[in-house]
Design a protein around this ligand. Structure first.
Ligand SMILES: [Zn+2]
Length: 324
């Protein structure tokens, strides 16, 4: 709680979520607004709000989400932590995905490959709902010299009309950049603010992944991740959130500082208000099979391994505002 308090209010100072007042009192370890006198929790109005899971579980999950190459599924995390409610764990991970998708997004620039693709379908999509479960997604990825790729962006889109693609490009790619697409007609009208580089192979029938290798690599990595880490169990109404998670990790894949990613994610969690979780069969379909998992209770007292026996750490959040 000290850490979150420090992270949320040390920069701009305390702001009361009820009245925007900037003064507060500490009353028995809790905060009370000096203007409207309401109790203020550091978790209120953030993505942590309303969860019944302890913060230690949240921090464990954030660390896993921030540092693991392929993330973690709700089922795996539920087993690891011995939590009886699949739904609580799933909701926590969904909130983390919202945090991952909430940061400021700098526009892609330079040379950017853009394409659209379908996710889901008869095999991996929703069952018994009378729809095909296919969801269209626009994908963009930056070239970073040679075959190297830079950052990626994705967006669930309703169709591949030029107005839709134009909106995606405006929100994603800096104007004046070079946008590489295939020969889909809609891209002509959508790329008027860009240098448009059309990759088509006349008559040779070259497959799309050869025309746009970068964006197709991102698409296939995303689909493989959904099939492996999440066993293909991603529902269409949650696809956008899973895409946010994938892109968050993809764009930080070369980072050597996992602690910084953790820090940024906790920060995003505190700076984002919770959005309602879309209703889905995802949560309920899976949960009955796992309600019998016994919750594990630590039996022995915790002893830190020697590797963790470090001198006291600098914990600036315990001393008030950081000194730089
Ligand atoms: Zn107030």
């Amino acid at each position: 709680m000290d850490y979150l308090d420090w992270l949320r209010w040390s920069g701009h100072g305390f702001v009361c979520p009820h009245c925007r007042g900037t003064k507060r009192w500490s009353v028995g370890g809790r905060w009370r607004c000096a203007s409207c006198r309401k109790w203020v929790s550091v978790l209120g109005g953030t993505l942590f709000a309303g969860s019944r899971l302890p913060l230690t579980v949240w921090f464990h999950a954030i660390w896993r989400m921030a540092t693991s190459k392929s993330g973690v599924s709700a089922l795996e995390l539920q087993r690891t932590l011995g939590i009886s409610s699949y739904q609580s764990v799933w909701t926590m991970l969904h909130r983390l995905r919202q945090g991952m998708g909430s940061g400021t997004k700098n526009l892609l620039s330079g040379t950017v490959e853009v394409d659209e693709t379908f996710f889901g379908g008869p095999r991996s999509g929703i069952r018994g709902r009378g729809t095909t479960g296919k969801t269209m997604v626009a994908v963009a990825v930056e070239h970073a010299g040679g075959k190297a790729l830079g950052r990626a962006r994705t967006l669930v889109i309703p169709n591949a009309q030029s107005s839709t693609l134009s909106g995606f490009l405006a929100a994603t790619v800096e104007s004046g950049s070079t946008v590489v697409t295939d020969g889909l007609n809609a891209y002509h009208a959508a790329t008027t603010r860009y240098v448009h580089d059309v990759h088509v192979v006349h008559g040779s029938g070259a497959p799309a992944h050869e025309l746009l290798p970068g964006v197709h690599l991102v698409i296939s990595l995303t689909k493989r991740w959904m099939l492996t880490t999440h066993q293909g169990g991603v529902q269409p109404e949650h696809l956008a959130a899973y895409l946010d998670e994938f892109v968050f990790r993809f764009n930080r894949r070369t980072s050597k500082v996992p602690g910084l990613i953790f820090y940024r994610l906790v920060q995003a969690m505190l700076n984002t208000s919770p959005a309602p979780v879309p209703a889905s069969s995802d949560v309920t379909e899976h949960s009955p099979a796992f309600t019998f998992l016994p919750s594990t209770t630590p039996t022995a007292s915790h002893v830190a391994p020697h590797s963790l026996a470090l001198p006291p750490q600098k914990m600036p959040w315990r001393k008030g505002p950081p000194n730089g």
